[in-house]
Design a protein around this ligand. Structure first.
Ligand code: FE2
Length: 170
């Protein structure tokens, strides 16, 4: 794994220390995002920044719980980006444009309006987060089918949601 990604994971683990569910959550989202990006032939730099965003996409959750006693998406959109910027600034070596894209993805990962989804990286982050959340939340089949039909767009994401949740195992 890219050294910068390991440093970002380390920083995120420290922030989420004592909360294994959150740590497992972002590592799973990162892994699905990386897999989908690879199968969808995302360019290397876009894929790298997507992985950074996937690791950090929920990084504002603890701050939201402390400040607002809520993890609602719009609070995360406020609290997540500054924490992520601090981590990326501390690690160093990111251009302002790279940081801006990561922060944009973090701030918008609860916005599913197709008109606002301005890139494959954004779409893949949403799909990866859904794949993990549908499982972690024990979502009913109706919610899975609805997500498949309304949210998922990439062939790889569609295949994953189908194979994981909608194929009957023997
Ligand atoms: Fe998430």
């Amino acid at each position: 794994m890219n050294r910068k990604l390991t440093e970002i994971i380390q920083a995120a683990v420290e922030i989420d220390a004592g909360d294994p569910k959150r740590i497992q959550h972002f590592l799973k989202v990162q892994s699905f995002a990386d897999y989908i990006a690879s199968r969808e032939n995302l360019p290397a730099e876009t894929s790298f920044l997507l992985e950074v965003a996937a690791i950090l996409h929920d990084i504002g959750i603890h701050a939201c719980e402390e400040k607002y006693h809520s993890t609602a998406g719009h609070y995360q959109e406020i609290e997540g980006p500054p924490i992520a910027r601090q981590i990326l600034d501390d690690i160093g070596g990111f251009t302002e444009a790279q940081i801006e894209r990561v922060l944009f993805l973090i701030a918008h990962h609860h916005t599913y309006d197709p008109k606002q989804i301005d890139g494959l990286d954004y779409q893949i982050l949403i799909e990866a987060d859904f794949l993990v959340n549908l499982y972690e939340d024990h979502s009913p089949e109706s919610a899975i089918v609805s997500a498949r039909d309304k949210i998922f767009k990439t062939n790889t994401g569609l295949s994953l949601i189908e194979q994981m949740f909608l194929v009957k195992s023997c």
